[in-house]
Design a protein around this ligand. Structure first.
Ligand code: GUN
Length: 298
């Protein structure tokens, strides 16, 4: 008789709520000093996914009592106008954090726009100064989704120290910063990290070596059961909307991992929705509170 196993579910909701409770205390302490952390969320154009993410970020600011400065610009905004908006936010002392939602319309140079944000207000951690600090292990802002993956692991009892972490995906937003975070000589890190991508040969042979497998490639259900080592911890960063005629909406959200197959192999796994996605926003709030503290303690 075969014994069927099922993985533990790592709840992004429970862990994000823990961090939210910690932030409420810090925000109250700042309020007593007459400081309200302020976050500017810049949205260019009408990308439907970006609209959802931005609405969620602004709503979470409101729930936590943070100031949200909404900047909505048309899809055909000139680079000059966008840079002028960022410059204004850089100079506004009530704005402690600035985020420009990615992706930007094609005519805008994303890295040039990100480079215009003051590093001390770059709560997304996308400015080259923060990316560099992350790599050399200096304090700075780490990208929110990557930092959220590390928090999920630590707070659910899976310290990456000495473990082989295989990350599938090499984006500047998740794969690269997560590799930098987890390979540091620091508490909560000390992992051996392998980064795989679309040109990786023998991908499954590598993913099957992972004690901790992170899927961040943006392809629905790409990681199948046979690519997962027995009892591995699986972190699914993907958020993909696929057709599902059995649903009233006609669609559903899935991750980059085939969840049903992974459940039978893994020790623990993050669900989609309800996993990493909930962490991104709360880590953004945490970076904004840190930015407010740093900018008002001088
Ligand atoms: N697009 C996808 N993820 C992110 C993120 O974390 N921050 C921003 N600004 N844009 C994104």
């Amino acid at each position: 008789m075969s014994v069927s196993r099922t993985a533990k579910i790592i709840s992004g909701k429970i862990i994000a709520d823990q961090i939210r409770s910690e932030l409420i205390v810090e925000i109250e302490a700042l309020r007593r000093k007459n400081v309200t952390p302020g976050l500017a969320v810049v949205l260019v154009g009408e990308n439907p996914a970006s609209q959802v993410y931005v609405r969620n970020k602004r709503k979470t600011c409101a729930e936590l009592g943070l100031h949200s400065f909404d900047v909505d610009l048309p899809a055909d905004v000139t680079e000059r106008r966008l840079l002028a908006s960022i410059d204004k936010l850089n100079r506004d002392p009530k704005v402690h954090g600035i985020l420009v939602q990615m992706p930007l319309p094609k005519h805008l140079h994303e890295q040039k726009v990100l480079n215009a944000i003051l590093p001390e207000k770059d709560v997304d951690g996308f400015h080259p100064v923060n990316a560099g600090k992350l790599l050399i292990g200096e304090p700075g802002f780490a990208p929110c989704t990557a930092a959220g993956c590390q928090e999920l692991l630590l707070r659910s009892g899976y310290d990456p120290a000495g473990k082989h972490v295989v990350i599938v995906g090499r984006s500047n937003i998740v794969g690269k910063p997560l590799a930098a975070l987890l390979m540091q000589k620091a508490a909560g890190a000390n992992a051996t990290v392998t980064v795989c991508h679309s040109r990786t040969r023998h991908l499954a042979a590598l993913t099957r070596q992972a004690d901790i497998l992170v899927a961040a490639i943006g392809i629905p259900e790409f990681i199948t059961g046979r690519m997962i080592k027995d009892k591995a911890v699986v972190i699914d960063v993907g958020i993909n909307r696929i057709d599902d005629p059995t649903r009233a909406s006609g669609t559903r959200l899935v991750g980059d991992v085939h969840f049903a197959q992974a459940l039978k192999k893994a020790r623990a796994i993050t669900p989609v929705p309800g996993g990493v996605g909930l962490m991104t926003v709360i880590m953004l709030m945490r970076n904004t509170v840190s930015a407010a503290k740093q900018q008002t303690s001088r």
